[in-house]
Ligand binder design. Structure first.
Ligand code: HEC
Ligand code: HEC
Length: 353
């Protein structure tokens, strides 16, 4: 079993929340334990999207790509904020060290010791719909999950085939196979790849996740982070983290407030945000932040109200905080003179006005 994927927060939980349908809310935003990025890592190279084949299978892959870059087409149905998957998983989920889909696909199903449960790839995606997209996860086996899995699989398999000299189209898989993910003994692989790599090696491809940056020298500070934000982020993400929309379409994503990811999303942890920001922001890397600046600005960004954690029962913010928020974050805490974060959160999955 892959110990890196075992987490501390895997308690069983109960689905709740006023606007959320009863049923299992996934607990999939558990933190990945990641090392610093490898030097000169040999990242898988992605095939051009123009090589996605014609036909039914290719159509699924194409739909997955389209949903990933324009997730707003599922707004109101499965999406309750103004984000698209690609806002955090950069370059259509292809960029190494920006939690690429190809590395993720080969790391599921993942065993979780705490609740003795196995997370399939589709369950992991359901987690990002529930929390990062502040929405309602598509039903297991539904078209969006098949499509997003097909796209991820196509990226991963195409990359592996090219690396190990296997020519031709990516082999087609059934929907049921696609949804599971590629970390399983019965996952069908071209022989050259099966011979050259082990299951565990494929599940830990260089470039997976958002690589960890060193701990800050000084304790991270939202107050110092505000200075970084005003200097390097506000011009794009807005004075109040609100992002920028033109004609109702966001070209610059909101970082906090009602239209951003909710309190259950992985990005609300200071460390995860710091890792993401250090590697990917400011966009275009016009400025390289120091590690300290990345921690401070991350703390500033995630110390503002955002949509409620859908696991909240009634108004028991402190209880939820104890149960699910024993990590570097601000849910259940106040910053300066401010109210306890989580007590004035925005709704889950609101209908777009
Ligand atoms: C607000 C940022 C954000 C958005 C938007 C987002 N995600 Fe994620 N996603 C994350 C974070 C953070 C992680 C956890 C990565 C980590 O812990 O290093 C993650 C993890 C994942 C993983 C597992 C990665 C792995 O290597 O285990 C998949 C797959 C995934 N997201 C798919 C999606 C899909 C599909 C969407 C859109 C429906 C989406 N995400 C939207 C931030 C986001
Ligand atoms: C030049 C404009 C620009 C600047 C400056 C910039 N960003 Fe971004 N940021 C973006 C865009 C565009 C995306 C979405 C990327 C995509 O979809 O490919 C993004 C995505 C993000 C995300 C993930 C999505 C979300 O809404 O949560 C975070 C977090 C973030 N930026 C934080 C920052 C921080 C912190 C800074 C300052 C250090 C910063 N950005 C500077 C343009 C910018």
């Amino acid at each position: 079993m892959n110990r890196n994927l075992m987490t501390l927060s895997g308690l069983l939980f109960f689905a709740l929340g006023n606007n959320v349908q009863a049923g299992d809310l996934p607990d999939k935003q558990a933190e990945l334990k990641l090392a610093a990025p490898a030097q000169d890592a040999d990242y898988l190279k992605m095939r051009s999207l123009a090589t996605i084949p014609e036909g039914v299978f290719g159509d699924k892959v194409r739909l997955g790509y389209q949903l990933f870059v324009n997730t707003q087409q599922l707004r109101g149905q499965y999406v309750g904020n103004e984000l698209n998957c690609v806002n955090c998983h950069m370059d259509a989920g292809r960029r190494a060290n920006a939690s690429p889909l190809w590395a993720a696909y080969l790391a599921y199903p993942a065993y979780r010791k705490k609740n003795d449960k196995v997370n399939s790839y589709q369950e992991r995606i359901q987690g990002c719909f529930t929390y990062s997209m502040n929405g309602k996860a598509p039903e297991s086996g539904s078209e969006p999950l098949v499509a997003l899995s097909a796209y991820s699989y196509w990226l991963a398999m195409g990359g592996l085939m090219d690396k190990y000299g296997v020519t031709g189209a990516v082999p087609e898989l059934s929907d049921a196979e696609l949804l599971k993910g590629g970390k399983r003994e019965d996952f069908v692989l071209p022989e050259a790849i099966a011979k050259a790599t082990t299951l565990d090696e494929r599940a830990k491809l260089p470039g997976r996740g958002f690589p960890a940056i060193p701990k800050p020298e000084q304790a991270y500070s939202p107050a110092r982070g505000e200075q970084v934000y005003r200097a390097h982020c506000q011009s794009c993400h807005g004075e109040n983290g609100e992002g920028l929309a033109m004609g109702g379409v966001y070209s610059l994503p909101p970082l906090w407030g009602p239209n951003s990811f909710n309190w259950g999303a992985g990005m609300h942890r200071v460390n995860t945000a710091a890792n993401f920001i250090y590697e990917n922001m400011p966009l275009g890397k016009s400025v390289q932040l120091s590690h300290q600046e990345a921690w401070d600005v991350a703390a500033f960004v995630v110390s503002h109200e955002r949509p409620q954690d859908p696991r909240l029962e009634g108004d028991k913010v402190m209880e939820l905080s104890k149960r699910y928020h024993q990590h570097q974050g601000y849910y259940g805490k106040s910053v300066g003179e401010g109210a306890v974060l989580g007590t004035q959160s925005y709704p889950i999955n609101p209908v777009k006005q």
